[in-house]
Design a protein around this ligand. Structure first.
Ligand code: SF4
Ligand SMILES: [Zn+2]
Ligand SMILES: [Zn+2]
Length: 180
């Protein structure tokens, strides 16, 4: 930690009490926004190990989401690893993804949120446009039967396009053959 940053718990210490990092700011943060060297990290950790407020210092940095320097003997990566994802929330889901973890609670919650968003968008498409291409895609994504209005818009859209995709032309041809 650099001396310029004085968290409340340090400011409350009597003036006579100096934590081991005092005067060694360069060991803790090489320069703002860069990582201290491995040697400095080692030295800083040794100093922190003897600090009476080590736990409070680490807690403070973790709670504040401090991204730089050594706090409470922990590097930024070590602090990140100690933050427990807030399971069930979108940020919890993102933390798991970043760490390459799988969490059923977060995945289910994420899927539920995604589905709710898609349903909302679909309702908007129907209310605003009656039927639309976007609505058609949303119905497919949601695993819902496509509605007459969205299907009609889609059919009209592709019918007007000279270079429709092969798979679509084939699908249309099959359907026409079935209808005949
Ligand atoms: S734990 Fe380390 S960085 Fe925190 S106050 Fe103590 S010596 Fe300084
Ligand atoms: Zn989780
Ligand atoms: Zn529809």
């Amino acid at each position: 930690m650099i001396d310029a940053i004085v968290p409340a718990f340090l400011a409350r210490l009597p003036a006579s009490v100096r934590t081991p990092c005092h005067g060694h700011g360069d060991l803790y943060v090489h320069s703002i926004r860069s990582t201290p060297s491995a040697t400095n990290v080692g030295k800083a950790k040794v100093l922190c190990a003897a600090c009476p407020i080590k736990a409070a210092c680490a807690d403070h940095a973790i709670r504040r989401g401090e991204t730089d320097g050594i706090w409470g003997g922990l590097t930024p990566a070590e602090r990140r690893a100690r933050v427990r994802p807030d399971c069930g929330t979108e940020s919890g889901w993102r933390s798991h993804v970043q760490r390459g973890e799988s969490c059923l609670t977060c995945r289910e919650a994420h899927d539920d949120r995604l589905r709710a968003q898609r349903l909302k968008r679909l309702a908007h498409e129907h209310a605003e446009h009656g039927g639309s291409l976007a609505g058609y895609r949303l119905e497919l994504l949601l695993g819902l039967p496509t509605c007459v209005r969205c299907r009609a818009v889609r059919q009209e859209y592709y019918a007007e396009r000279p270079h429709t995709a092969k798979w679509y032309r084939r699908g249309m041809a099959d359907r026409s053959a079935e209808a005949a």
